[in-house]
Design a protein around this ligand. Structure first.
Ligand SMILES: Cc1cc2nc3c(=O)[nH]c(=O)nc-3n(C[C@H](O)[C@H](O)[C@H](O)COP(=O)(O)OP(=O)(O)OC[C@H]3O[C@@H](n4cnc5c(N)ncnc54)[C@H](O)[C@@H]3O)c2cc1C
Length: 464
């Protein structure tokens, strides 16, 4: 057999499963069709770490709670920014209050700790800048925010350092059952393995059981990044609930900015969406919105299908708005299932540390000076808005599973995510990527094969 375990898909779930399994004496590979891991994780600075109280589904609630409890440890160990901000789920009228109390009682029955029901006076005391309608709220100390792709990259880097073989830019075409294992066919290779963890969403291979397809509940998600007028306006995450099931909320990002967000069944126009969020963040006008981002979001059932685990196959289908929160729990459960079905032992030399790196903007001036003395490239600021240096960009390229695309640099360092949206630094990043990877600048892509940034050289400038 080529491998003991093949993990298909290098999203956050695949990377987390690779990390958990890399603790064991197993020969593992992960196959990802894109040039980079975690390329599909939503590109927003902060994701909410939920605590299960908002979910009607018992399994989702349980996985969110399990995941939530693991984040303090993970973020310390991996140096991934995480803030346990707490949050308020606010009811603005009597009907909403009824639904809120139901949610609260359901959470208590499930044994959720650190939540309380508070009245309007306490709400306004807790968040003095809030001037929307509020009759009652659930206050949860459990909610938090983190950088989801940082977490995915941390999982993958440690898995890589502990021997997991990452095969990027390789697409799985089929999975075929053979005696004592599987043959995984890709566009480049055929691999045999004893067990498969399939995390590729929506794919159906020869091995899959067609009865277990997931119902898709699609929502329209819109994010508004707000300017410094709204910086730290709220200390916690604020949600409103309403009878239509829309979710309007604000998130204090890990960098202290405010993100207003909306999740609706209908695809609202920009102005309608701004109106909705202005109920939570009073006074927003167009000029306050530094960045607008929309995506589809899902609230599907979470299915960890291990019904074929005796044959060696586990499929994880979990398109869900709380999936980052559930990831540590799902990875642990899947790893335990694999380990109890395959002969292996814990590695004595497992290294549970991410290689160190610097975030220039988070350092004091004294630390910055020391760093520049060590490496002058930390003294060259490439992205002015986010204060990202050439040293950090080179480090992002040279790290294990280093960035090979502009998107990869963006996700690892935060460059181009400021108010100028890369108009100052994009070309510089392309040049650094080309120089460090020994490629022509015309070969550097945004993220996928056909997304070149600079299409041609202009002949007259060849000698410049
Ligand atoms: C807008 C939005 C906001 C969100 N906000 C939050 C939040 O606040 N809190 C939270 O907890 N969660 C949040 N989530 C959920 C979370 O970000 C995603 O659900 C999660 O990142 C999905 O991870 P995954 O590994 O399951 O799937 P994916 O990221 O889709 O990974 C699957 C991987 O498989 C690869 N692949 C596909 N087909 C093949 C093939 N044939 N061969 C090889 N590779 C293949 C893909 O390229 C991809 O990299 C949000 C999601 C969205 C969309």
């Amino acid at each position: 057999m080529d491998y003991d375990v093949l993990i298909l898909g290098g999203g956050i779930i695949g990377c987390a499963a690779a990390y958990e399994l890399s603790k064991y004496s197993l020969n593992i590979a992960l196959i990802e069709k894109d040039y980079d891991i975690a390329d599909d994780v939503a590109l927003i600075n902060s994701a909410i770490v939920y605590d299960g109280i908002e979910s009607r589904d018992t399994l989702v609630a349980k996985l969110e709670r399990m995941g939530n409890e693991m984040f303090d440890d993970l973020s310390n160990k991996f140096n991934v920014p995480f803030k346990r901000t707490g949050g308020l789920i606010i009811a603005g009228n009597e009907n909403e209050e009824k639904a809120l109390i139901e949610m609260y009682e359901r959470a208590l029955k499930r044994g959720v700790l650190d939540i309380s029901l508070i009245d309007s006076k306490e709400i306004y005391e807790m968040e003095p800048n809030f001037n929307g309608k509020a009759v009652k709220a659930i206050h949860s100390k459990n909610l938090g925010v983190l950088c989801p792709y940082d977490l995915a990259i941390a999982y993958a880097e440690i898995a890589f350092d502990n021997g997991v073989n990452f095969k990027l830019n390789e697409e799985v075409i089929d999975i075929v059952k053979i005696s004592r294992g599987f043959r995984v066919e890709t566009n480049k290779n055929k691999f045999t393995c004893k067990m498969v963890i399939n995390t590729t969403p929506g794919k159906s291979y020869s091995i899959d059981n067609s009865d277990k397809t997931i119902q898709s509940n699609v929502f329209y998600q819109k994010y508004f990044m707000l300017d410094s007028t709204f910086k730290e306006i709220y200390s916690s995450i604020l949600f409103t609930i309403n009878e239509q099931g829309e979710r309007v909320y604000t998130v204090p990002s890990v960098q202290g900015n405010t993100i207003a967000a909306l999740n609706t069944k209908d695809n609202l126009k920009y102005n309608e969406a701004v109106n909705k969020v202005s109920n939570l963040v009073n006074g927003i006008v167009d000029d306050n919105i530094t960045n607008y981002y929309q995506a589809l979001s899902y609230k599907n059932d979470v299915l960890i299908d291990d019904s074929s685990v005796d044959k060696g196959y586990i499929k994880i289908s979990a398109k869900h708005y709380g999936e980052v929160t559930m990831t540590p729990a799902i990875a642990k459960i899947v790893c335990e299932t694999i380990v109890s079905n395959i002969k292996c032992t814990l590695k004595k030399d497992f290294n549970d540390k991410r290689r160190e790196f610097y975030r220039f903007r988070d350092l004091s001036n004294e630390e910055r000076n020391q760093l520049i003395q060590l490496d002058k490239r930390y003294g060259k600021v490439v992205c002015l808005c986010q204060l990202i240096t050439e040293g950090e960009i080179i480090e992002a390229i040279r790290r294990p599973l280093g960035a090979r695309t502009v998107e990869g640099i963006k996700r690892r360092t935060g460059a181009t995510l400021g108010s100028c949206q890369g108009s100052y630094c994009l070309n510089k990043i392309v040049s650094i990527l080309a120089r460090e990877t020994n490629k022509k600048i015309t070969d550097i892509v945004k993220d996928s094969k056909n997304s070149r940034i600079i299409l041609n050289r202009i002949k007259e400038f060849d000698g410049v």
